[in-house]
Design a protein around this ligand. Structure first.
Ligand SMILES: [Zn+2]
Length: 429
C-alpha cells in the first residue's frame, strides 16, 4: 500500500546557509505576491486567473526582461515555481469554498504575504537526498540536521520510499525540513488482534480516556512537560503584552513567546503520536466522537484552546494509523450525546455542564468518571453496530494517494457533512 507520509527534521544550517534559506523564503514570498498581482490584474480585465504553469511562463519572461529582478538566480527556480502552484491551489480552494464545495470554514481571498508577518517557508522538488545527519537540497547543498535521518535514509536505500518534495520552513527561529514521501507500507489484511475495540474520548484535563472491549480503562494523562510549558506560556504572553509596541523588548519577548508556543506544540504532538500509535496497534476498531472542530475555536482558556488544536490532529493520526494496522477508526455522528448518555442504562441527561467531572445517573444511580462514561458509550456504539457511526479516513483498502473519496480529508470530514456546512453558511448569510 502506497501512502504519503511526512518526515520532518530540524536543520542545523551554517550562517551562510541560513542566509540562503532566508533568501529562498523571500523568493517564494515575492513570487506569491507577484503572481497574485498578475492574477488580480487579469481578473479585473478578463474575469479569470492564470494557472501555475502560465504564471511560471510569464515569470520566466519577466525575470529576464526586468533588470530589477536580476537577483532571481540566487535561488532555486523551484522556490518560485512551487509558490505559483501554492497560489494556484489557494485560488481554486477559495472558489470552491465560495461555491460551498469545500468542507470547513469559509476561506477568504488569498492575501499578500509580508515579511515578518507570515511564515517563512518554501518548497523544493528535484534531487532531494538524506543520509546520516544531513540532507541535500537543490541549490542549497548539504545542510546538517539536528537529528539522524536514518529512518528515512534506510527506506530510500531499500527503495520502499520516494521523496516527492521538501518543504523548508522556519518556526520560532528554527529551520525545519519536511519531506513529503511516498512510502510503500506492508498493511496486513486483518488486524493482529481481530475483534478488539476501544471507545475513546479526547479530553481537556487528560489527553485521552478510553474503554476497551474487555472493560479496561485506558487513561493517557497530558504530558507533564506540557503542563509546565503552559505555565511558562501564560507568563511569557503576559510579559509580552506589557512591552511597548515596536520596541526591541517587544521583539525579544515575541521571539521568546514563539519559542514557548513551539515547544508546547511539539510536546503535545509527541504525546499524541505515542498515544495514537499504541491505540492503533492494540485495537482493530477505535471509536471516537465527532467534534465540531471549527465551532470550538473560540475558547477563552489557554489549555482548552491548545487541546482543541489537538482534537482534529489526534483524529487524523488515528485515521491513518489504524489503516496501517489493518484496523479502522469509526466516528460517532456529531449529534450523538456521548457525554450525556448513561453508559449503564442508556438514560440521556438534558444538560451536563463541562465542569461536572463525574457522571451521576438519576435513573440507575451509576456514578462514573465523565470521560470514562463517554468512552463506554462510544464503545457500545461500535459493538452494537448502529448507524450512528461513519468509517473515517476513506477506504480501508489501498487507494493511491490523491484519490481519496471526494470531500473527505483523511479523518476529518465525512461525506454529507460538507453540504450541511454549506447549508448552515447559506442560512447564516
Ligand atoms: Zn443510568
Amino acid at each position: 500500500m502506497k501512502v504519503c507520509q511526512a518526515y520532518r527534521f530540524a536543520l542545523d544550517p551554517s550562517p551562510v546557509q541560513q542566509r540562503a534559506l532566508v533568501s529562498h523564503a523571500g523568493a517564494a514570498r515575492f513570487a506569491w505576491n507577484w503572481g497574485l498581482a498578475r492574477c488580480q490584474e487579469r481578473y479585473e480585465a478578463e474575469g479569470k486567473w492564470y494557472s501555475a504553469a502560465e504564471l511560471h511562463k510569464l515569470w520566466n519572461a519577466q525575470k529576464k526582461a526586468d533588470p530589477g529582478l536580476a537577483w532571481w538566480g540566487m535561488n532555486s527556480k523551484c522556490a518560485y515555481q512551487e509558490a505559483f502552484r501554492d497560489l494556484d491551489r489557494a485560488l481554486r480552494e477559495f472558489i470552491m469554498s465560495k461555491n460551498g464545495q469545500r468542507a470547513g470554514r469559509r476561506l477568504g481571498f488569498p492575501r499578500l504575504k509580508k515579511r515578518g508577518r507570515c511564515r517563512d517557508s518554501f518548497r523544493l522538488t528535484g534531487v532531494l537526498r538524506c543520509a546520516g545527519r544531513n540532507v541535500t537540497l537543490p541549490r542549497l547543498g548539504t545542510i546538517g540536521t539536528c537529528e539522524s535521518t536514518r529512518k528515512l535514509a534506510r527506506r530510500l536505500d531499500n527503495r520502499s520510499a520516494r521523496i516527492l518534495s521538501a518543504t523548508v520552513s522556519r518556526t520560532a527561529q528554527r529551520w525545519l525540513v519536511s519531506f513529503t514521501v511516498e512510502v510503500d507500507r506492508d498493511v496486513p489484511d486483518r488486524h493482529a488482534r481481530p475483534g478488539s475495540a476501544a471507545g475513546i474520548d479526547l479530553g481537556v484535563t487528560r489527553l485521552l480516556t478510553g474503554v476497551d472491549d474487555t472493560g479496561t480503562v485506558i487513561s493517557v494523562a497530558g504530558p507533564r512537560p506540557l503542563r509546565a510549558s503552559l505555565r511558562r506560556l501564560r507568563r511569557a504572553s503576559r510579559a509580552h503584552s506589557r512591552k511597548q509596541p515596536g520596541s526591541a523588548n517587544r521583539r525579544k519577548s515575541a521571539a521568546r513567546l514563539a519559542r514557548v508556543h513551539a515547544r508546547v506544540a511539539n510536546v503535545r504532538a509527541d504525546a499524541l503520536h505515542k498515544a495514537t500509535t499504541s491505540l492503533a496497534a492494540r485495537y482493530e476498531t477505535v471509536v471516537a466522537e465527532d467534534l465540531n472542530v471549527a465551532g470550538m475555536t473560540r475558547n477563552r482558556t489557554l489549555a482548552r484552546a491548545i487541546s482543541d488544536q489537538g482534537f482534529g490532529r489526534a483524529r487524523r493520526m488515528l485515521a491513518y494509523k489504524t489503516r496501517w494496522h489493518g484496523g479502522k477508526l469509526l466516528v460517532a455522528d456529531r449529534w450523538y450525546p456521548s457525554s450525556k448518555t448513561c453508559s449503564g442504562c442508556g438514560a440521556v441527561k438534558a444538560k451536563l455542564a463541562l465542569s461536572e467531572r463525574v457522571y451521576r445517573c438519576g435513573q440507575c444511580g451509576l456514578v462514573l468518571d465523565r470521560d470514562v462514561n463517554a468512552a463506554r458509550n462510544l464503545l457500545h456504539l461500535a459493538v452494537s453496530g448502529t448507524e450512528r457511526l461513519t468509517a473515517c479516513g476513506g477506504s480501508v483498502r489501498p487507494v493511491p494517494d490523491g484519490q481519496r473519496p471526494l470531500n473527505q480529508e483523511p479523518g476529518t470530514a465525512h461525506a454529507g457533512k460538507t453540504r450541511t456546512a454549506a447549508r448552515q453558511q447559506a442560512a447564516a448569510a
